[in-house]
Design a protein around this ligand. Structure first.
Ligand code: ZN
Length: 150
């Protein structure tokens, strides 16, 4: 017998854990969006006390990072630093859809993060937040969350 709340959370009761997805919407060309709370809710709904959670952006021009989200300037700095490393407008892919830099930034940073689950909660440091970074907004982005029980 499966509990409705478990199905809603993507959690086949007492059996296997399946991926949960949610969406976020960026409002700028490049934007950092905090998703710590959404991921924490998925972990809580899974009722897994100890394990790991994989958080993956299902895109090639948006990624998941862990960084401080207290000083908003740091998010601007992160975007600016990557733009210094990978400037826009000089890539072969730009003839396709003009977003070569966004693809390259995403591939360099990596699309997913893994966080430890301890005592039913995300094990994050005081200043660590999970954030989706959109390098080619504004648009809706999908995040997949897979809880793995240890
Ligand atoms: Zn492209």
């Amino acid at each position: 017998m499966e509990h409705p709340e478990c199905l809603q959370a993507g959690h086949a009761h007492g059996e296997k854990l399946v991926p949960v997805t949610f969406t976020v919407r960026s409002t700028k060309k490049q934007e950092v969006l905090d998703i710590t709370q959404q991921v924490a809710e998925v972990v809580a709904a899974s009722a897994v006390p100890e394990g790991i959670v994989v958080v993956s952006a299902l895109h090639t021009t948006a990624v998941i990072i862990i960084n401080e989200n207290f000083d908003p300037n740091l998010n601007d700095d992160f975007l600016a630093a990557l733009s210094l490393l990978i400037p826009a407008g000089k890539w072969k892919h730009d003839v396709v859809d003009g977003n070569g830099a966004a693809h390259l930034k995403s591939a360099v940073v990596g699309s997913s993060q893994t966080v430890i689950i301890s005592q039913g909660k995300l094990l994050l440091g005081r200043w660590q937040n999970l954030m989706l970074v959109d390098f080619d907004g504004p648009r809706e982005r999908t995040v997949a969350v897979q809880v793995v029980k240890s």
